[in-house]
Each structure stands twice: as C-alpha cells, then as structure tokens.
Design a protein around this ligand. Structure first.
Ligand code: P6P
Length: 340
C-alpha cells in the first residue's frame, strides 16, 4: 500500500532521494497534472457543460475533432506557456509545433501530448484520457523547430497519462518506475495510490479490435487464432478479450493486471505503418510499460528505439506482458525470415 502523499510531496522526495527531477521538470509535471484536473472538470460535466459532440473541424490526422478535443488542447497549451519550463509543445490536435511566445521565458523541455485520447468514446460516457511525453531540447542552438522533437522514445525525460474514468487517475514515470495518483475531489489534489507498478510477465487477456481480423498480417492472425483456440490449442489455456477503443483505458488495465494490447499494421491502409501515433501515444505508453517491466514493440523492434522522421508519424503497437509481446514479435520475425 503506497503512503498517501500528494504528487508534490512525491516529486520533492524523489528529487531529494534520487536527484533526478530537476526543478523545471517538477514544475512541468505539476502544471500538466493541474491541467488534467481542469480537463477532468470539463469531461465530467458532459451534456451539462455543452462540451459534447463535434467541433465541426478536422485535425492533422483528418479526424473530426470533438469539442472536448479542442478544449483539452487549449487547456494544456495555456497552462504550459508561462512557466519558463518549456521551449515548445506538440499536439495531436495541432498541425505544427507551438513555440512558447516571446513574452515568456523559454525552458529546456519539449512537451508532446494527445490532449484527449479515445474521443470517439466521449459522447457515450466511456473512459478517455490525456497522454503526455517530455523530451529535452538536446541542442542548445537558439530557437526551436520540429527537428528538435524528432528524438527516439528512449530519450524521454518523463511520460504519463490521465485516465478520466470511474476514478480520475494520473500515471507517471520519470524513469524510476511507475507511480499512480488518484484525484481526491474533496481536496482537489492528486494522492499517491500506487508505486513501483509491475506488469505480470504472462497474461490470459488480449486487447485488439477484432473487426479488423480479415485485414491482419499472418503473424497477428496466428497469434490471435492460438489465443481463441484456448486450452485445447497450442497455448493450453483459455484467453479473455477486452477492447475499450481508448488506448489510455486499455493500457491502464494492463498496468493494473497485465495483458497485451495490439494495434498492428493492416491491409486497409497499407502505406501507413499503423493507426496510433509514435510521438504522443506509442512512445509515452511504451516508456510507462517498460518502466513497469513490460515490453513494447512495433511487432519487430523496440518502439522506443525508433528514430522519428515526422512529428505525426504512425506506428504499429504491440505492448504489455513481456512474454506475450515477445511471442508476437517472434512470430513476425519468423515470418520475415521465411519470406527472405
Ligand atoms: P479503433 C482512439 O481513437 C485511438 O487512437 C486509441 O485510443 C484506441 O486504442 C484506438 O484509436 C481505437 O481504434 O479503430 O478500434 O476505433
């Protein structure tokens, strides 16, 4: 049972004991956590807050933006501009990077976020979330450009998400394990409710959108068929399936009780490596999953080793319980070798 301390106390103690949370990074995390509280208020209002439905616009991904997508994005941008901890931000909802305005001091960090992931679930009251990733501006050249963001996920200084579900929970890593903070609405504060989170290496639960089965590559079909064959099949055990269609909710379940999450490449859009975005979905979730003892690949290589070429590039994602992710990855590598 984690000691019931606040996010602020946790960060101060981590800094005091391990010295790996510089002041600017601590401020960044606290500002993002406060922004998530504000987003939670809008999310929880639902129909009462005139925040449901479409905003009548599309984002850079060509997806219809929900009103809450835009609200959440504005909250995060405004909250992070003035503190002097950031050089720039990037968001799923913004075509290009947002440089901190000249009227504010610039910091050494770069913040990337999916302000409201799973927004197709907003209007039907299913869990959604905010995902964020923190990089350092590695070159101290003046100014900041998109190029500064194009770093592999292993360079992240911090990553996390906030899941707006039955509880509002902030999940965070700064590279020394994973901690979870539950929002105490009476006090309005984040309270530490889990630390040193660990994903079981084995699981009986897989998460994938089964409606895409006819479009999958052979190794994915092989893996899922074996899971469906259950104890009579080669796996010798029955499996359960979950698919929330909110990555934050599916990953939170995996961090809490294990499992494997898959959004693989499929034949629907063969030129796209996958649906999910590398920089502000796959990388932060991979950092959390690896810090919790899990594994995260694009079905062939470690996601956090991928060198990004574009800010909004997509990637296949296979993450969760280490032994299952390894099996899926091995099936793909075996198939590649057979085709050579
Ligand atoms: P599908 C939400 O739109 C998202 O980006 C992830 O949060 C989620 O895992 C996935 O897409 C759901 O995709 O095709 O099942 O609707």
């Amino acid at each position: 049972m984690a000691q019931r301390i606040s996010l602020t106390q946790y960060l101060v103690e981590q800094q005091r004991e391990h010295g790996h949370i510089p002041g600017q990074l601590r401020l960044l995390i606290e500002v993002v956590a406060r922004a998530c509280k504000r987003i939670a208020i809008s999310v929880n209002k639902g129909a009462l807050g005139e925040v449901l439905g479409s905003a009548g616009s599309e984002n850079v991904q060509g997806e219809v933006q929900k009103k809450l997508d835009i609200i959440a994005n504005e909250v995060l941008v405004e909250a992070n501009e003035w503190g002097g901890h950031l050089a720039a931000m990037a968001s799923e909802e913004m075509d290009s990077i947002h440089v901190v305005p000249n009227r504010y001091p610039q910091g050494e960090y770069l913040l990337l976020f999916d302000p409201l992931d799973g927004s197709s679930n907003i209007d039907v009251n299913v869990s959604i979330g905010t995902i964020f990733s923190v990089l350092r501006k590695v070159d101290n050249h003046p100014g900041v450009s998109e190029q500064d963001f194009l770093q592999p996920g292993r360079r992240q200084a911090a990553a996390g998400y906030c899941v707006y579900g039955p509880q509002t929970t902030l999940v965070l890593t700064v590279g020394r394990g994973v901690a979870m903070f539950t929002l105490d609405r009476e006090q309005g504060s984040w309270v530490l409710t889990a630390e040193n989170v660990t994903i079981p290496e084995d699981t009986k639960e897989f998460a994938i959108n089964m409606s895409n089965m006819r479009h999958w590559d052979a190794p994915v079909k092989r893996y899922i068929d074996e899971c469906l064959a259950g104890k009579e099949g080669v796996r010798g055990k029955d499996f359960n399936m979950r698919w929330v269609a909110s990555m934050v909710a599916d990953v939170h379940r995996i961090l809490t009780r294990g499992g494997i999450f898959m959004y693989p490449w499929d034949k629907r859009e063969p030129d796209k490596p996958g649906k999910l975005r590398l920089m502000y979905e796959a990388n932060p979730m991979s950092f959390l999953v690896e810090q919790a003892g899990g594994m995260s690949t694009n079905a062939r290589e470690r996601i956090m080793d991928i060198q990004p070429a574009k800010l909004h590039e997509r990637v296949s994602v296979v993450l969760g319980s280490k032994n299952e992710v390894q099996r899926v990855t091995d099936y793909h590598l075996e198939a590649d070798n057979t085709q050579r």
